[in-house]
Write a protein that binds this ligand. Sequence first.
Ligand code: NDP
Length: 280
Amino acid sequence: MDINATKKLNNGVEIPYLGLGTLHSKDNEETVNAVRWAIEAGYRHIDTAGAYGNEKSVGQGIHQSGIDRKKIFLTTKLRTEDMLPGQQIKGFENSLKLLQMDYVDLYLIHWPIAGKTLAAWKDLEEIYRSGRARAIGVCNFAEHHFIELFRDAKVKPAINQIELHPHLSLQPLVKYCEKQGIAVEAWSPLGGLEGKGGKSLDDPALKKIAEKHGRSMAQVILRWDLQRGIITIPKSTHQARIRENANLYDFELSTAEMKTIDDLDKDPRCFGRDLNSIGF
Ligand code: NDP
């Protein structure tokens, strides 16, 4: 496996396992540079969202990098404010305009909202059929959301993007998605914002594994994702960290080390939400 490794989604589209996250990256040079540095470092997958307010800068970073657009896998997401009849397609078109793109590779429902999720999915299906999103999927879906969605969906979601890190490994949900042919993508893979996250980066067991391999704790966590077949999108706006987070392909965690990390699950909830309690 190397930085070019991809996972085949259930519609045949290939997504690179490693991507750059951009939550809290500002809509200015900070994000333009982060995206350019990531592409220079070999990333071919960038994750943004209408809600992050930085799509313009993400698009600029991709365009300024000079890379062929077709070589980049670009994800954006439907804002929850746009989950209204008549507004969903407009929200998507606004994202395309800000990104200065005529298509995205993946378009996601950002959060399920009770009473609104199915109508939003129908519009995502229309966007998919129009060819303006090569794949469509969801974020923050628990099993019960999928069961509801499958009653009426014509297109199966390709991805479930969920909070996943060593302190929150949601193993039953991951297994369920895998069984359904829905790829799992980890948000907040490092535990999120320093001080607010699951503090995975402070864990002594991870520190020990990192020291043994002469790697950072972030690299150990990201390697754990890759070895489990999880797509992962660490965010950084620092060039050294962007490079560090991509330097994952010349070491391997043993089965015992993988198990040690699996067993760190504590369920702290970065956003303080239990997905099961969110209605469809
Ligand atoms: P991450 O787990 O990626 O952690 C980001 C934090 O870790 C930042 O503070 C960053 O700081 C720091 N960091 C990055 N690399 C390192 C490193 N090597 N060593 C130490 N610290 C490091 O959290 P995010 O919440 O950003 O999640 C990743 C991405 O997932 C988001 O950016 C977004 O694209 C997506 N997401 C999706 C959600 C959804 O609902 N679908 C919800 C939340 C996130 P710095 O930038 O200063 O380097």
